[in-house]
Design a protein around this ligand. Structure first.
Ligand SMILES: [Fe+2]
Length: 437
């Protein structure tokens, strides 16, 4: 199976997996080629402004109404939705977790999702949930769509083959995939067990941030986003379609695969992105800009400059600033920061924050380099240094993030994270030189 992609962000794509399957010159022919059904999938209200209006036309073996029968409720107890507050006894704090273990028993993607935090309100279509996933088996004859928001998948270990209605996406650690709200998909393993992170965006879709004075290039460039070409399976066997809808799960039994779109066109589609293609911009003389300079994708909230979610990465880069404390500074933030590490080390925390782990610095809670990192950076020789073999990321939201009971009670929670700042010394001694010994 060769997976093919079309480059561009938010383009009006067109693709067909059988010649002539895609109607030309109109959307809804009286009798589409190959006996296909025409169907529109709307990702925005019909009347959304042109810049945010998103829809695709799908030409499929059966219309989607044939991909559901009667629903019945089903439980995925560890996948939570906002609001999910006061679900635990843990007090407020800066928190950090070890990687979630790969399960021993057979577990697929759907069963392998554990929600760490929720923010906002799924019914109000604002906010997000931050999940981790770990699983060891592929979905077979099982499919899923999430009506509650788009999904941003960030693998940390193991490749994922995501078969969607609109084509197949394969991602390895270091790449991400975005699956639009409502998109039916199935997740298979590519090379053994998988672990990673997932952001569920209840609000407006992720888009590219404006670059302002940076200009027309750098950061995430549109051509590096890849949308799959059309692909379908004609499978007439019993299948189950799971749905997440307003925080509840439902399942419906059908007699065939719902991944039956032979051709499609439009701008509402899944895509992938290789984080190594992000072209970072940073300080080239002194100080450093706010971490928003590393924003890959932003999901607007409706209030200008105030993201529902920013997806931010900390990629390999050169550090060259003169007479500057180069790691992230100490700060307090009205936004809430959920961080993960895909590989390597994060420059503010050389110990304790390991690949697959999580840290959470919630609204207005102070944080910054640990004592070791501060000592090292305040005394190091400021020659050009390359931070290499690293990739950390952040889901940052305007909403406070509420822990789930799983996050509060899991053995993976580190009980000593707060101690990482204990050894920060008082340097003030009343003299302009201070005490830097
Ligand atoms: Fe921060």
């Amino acid at each position: 199976m060769t997976v093919q992609y079309m480059p561009g962000f938010g383009n009006d794509f067109e693709t067909e997996s059988l010649p002539g399957a895609l109607p030309q010159g109109q959307n809804s022919p009286q009798r589409p080629a190959y006996g296909l059904y025409a169907e529109q999938l709307s990702g925005s209200p019909f009347t959304a402004p042109r810049g945010t209006n998103e829809r695709s036309w799908l030409y499929r073996i059966r219309p989607s109404v044939k991909h559901t029968t009667r629903f019945k409720a089903v439980a995925f107890d560890q996948w939570k939705s906002a609001p999910n507050v006061n679900d635990h006894q843990l007090s407020l704090g800066q928190l950090r977790w070890n990687p979630m273990p790969i399960p021993n028993e057979e577990t697929n993607f759907l069963a392998g999702v554990r929600t760490m935090t929720t923010a906002g309100d799924v019914q109000g279509q604002a906010g997000m949930a931050a999940h981790v996933y770990a699983f060891n088996s592929s979905m077979v004859d099982e499919y899923f769509f999430n009506a509650d928001g788009e999904l941003l998948l960030v693998p940390q270990e193991g490749g994922l083959r995501i078969k969607t209605e609109m084509g197949i996406i394969e991602i390895l650690p270091g790449e991400i995939a975005i699956l639009p709200r409502g998109m039916i998909f199935q997740v298979e393993l590519m090379d053994g067990p998988a672990r990673g992170y997932m952001c569920e965006n209840y609000g407006a879709k992720f888009t590219l941030p404006d670059r302002g004075p940076i200009g027309a290039n750098c950061l995430a460039n549109p051509r590096d986003f890849k949308t799959p070409t059309a692909w379908y399976e004609e499978k007439e066997t019993p299948c189950r379609l799971f749905v997440k809808w307003c925080g509840e799960f439902h399942v419906t039994e059908i007699g065939h695969s719902p991944l039956d779109v032979v051709a499609w066109h439009g701008n509402y589609a899944p895509y992938k992105y290789d984080l190594s293609t992000f072209s970072p911009v940073g300080a080239i003389l002194f100080d450093h800009p706010d971490p928003s300079i590393f924003t890959v994708l932003t999901a607007p909230s409706g209030e200008e400059g105030t993201a529902n979610i920013d997806f931010v990465i900390f990629p390999p880069r050169w550090m060259v600033a003169e007479h500057t404390f180069r790691p992230p500074w100490y700060h307090r933030n009205i936004m809430s920061e959920f961080m993960g590490l895909i590989k390597g080390q994060y420059d503010a925390k050389e110990e304790g924050f390991v690949p697959g782990g999580v840290s959470l610095h919630n609204m207005m809670l102070p944080h910054g380099p640990d004592a070791f990192g501060f000592e090292k950076a305040s005394k190091s020789e400021l020659k050009p240094v390359k931070l290499d073999d690293t990739m950390a990321f952040m889901f940052e939201t305007r909403f406070p993030q509420h822990l789930t009971r799983y996050a509060a009670e899991t053995d993976a929670l580190q009980d000593n994270y707060i101690d990482c700042w204990t050894d920060l010394k008082k340097r003030f001694n009343g003299t302009p030189e201070g005490n830097w010994s």
